[in-house]
Write a protein that binds this ligand. Structure first.
Ligand SMILES: [Zn+2]
Length: 170
């Protein structure tokens, strides 16, 4: 017997399923760093917060803890660099971006330099203690490959610090 095949063509509808994911931008991560700064303020610390992102993964969220830990090196950035290295199990942060609410001081710039950080994004500038006041064109404090972006979300981050010191004086 002949096998009669159905001539009906089965139409395959190929549905391309697009992976739904959200790519967050710098603004989002700086908002998170700001939230960390608020935690610092609530604990009587100078309000500085930091977040380190690797790809789309947050590998560190920290805030200044100098008073809590009674440790002058416990700046948000130093704690973030250490936390990120612990998370990644690697000492170099060549794929990472650090978001911090205040321009890093020279000590933190040193740590950031040693970490070979890919990108540094800071909000408010620090005219007295910020690392850019201590470097020259010949002598950079950061690793030569580290990209630097400043000024993002700077007004509220600066305001937070000004309010903190105003309250401290009163
Ligand atoms: Zn610092």
């Amino acid at each position: 017997m002949a096998v009669h095949r159905s001539k009906d063509h089965v139409k395959h509808q190929i549905q391309l399923t697009r992976m739904e994911f959200t790519v967050f931008g710098d603004e989002h991560y700086m908002q998170l760093a700001y939230k960390e700064a608020l935690k610092a303020r609530d604990q009587g610390e100078i309000p500085v917060g930091a977040v380190i992102v690797c790809g789309q993964t947050i590998v560190a969220k920290t805030y200044n803890q100098v008073e809590t830990l009674q440790d002058v090196t416990a700046h948000a950035e130093i704690l973030a660099v250490t936390a990120a290295a612990n998370y990644l199990g690697a000492k170099y942060l060549t794929e990472c971006t650090l978001f911090v609410t205040l321009e890093p001081c020279p000590m933190c710039a040193g740590a950031i330099s040693w970490s070979q950080l890919h990108r540094l994004v800071f909000a408010a500038t620090d005219p007295s203690k910020g690392f850019t006041n201590f470097q020259t064109k010949k002598q950079r404090l950061l690793h030569p490959k580290t990209e630097v972006v400043s000024g993002l979300h700077s007004a509220p981050c600066k305001q937070l610090i000004e309010d903190f010191f105003r309250e401290l004086r009163n």
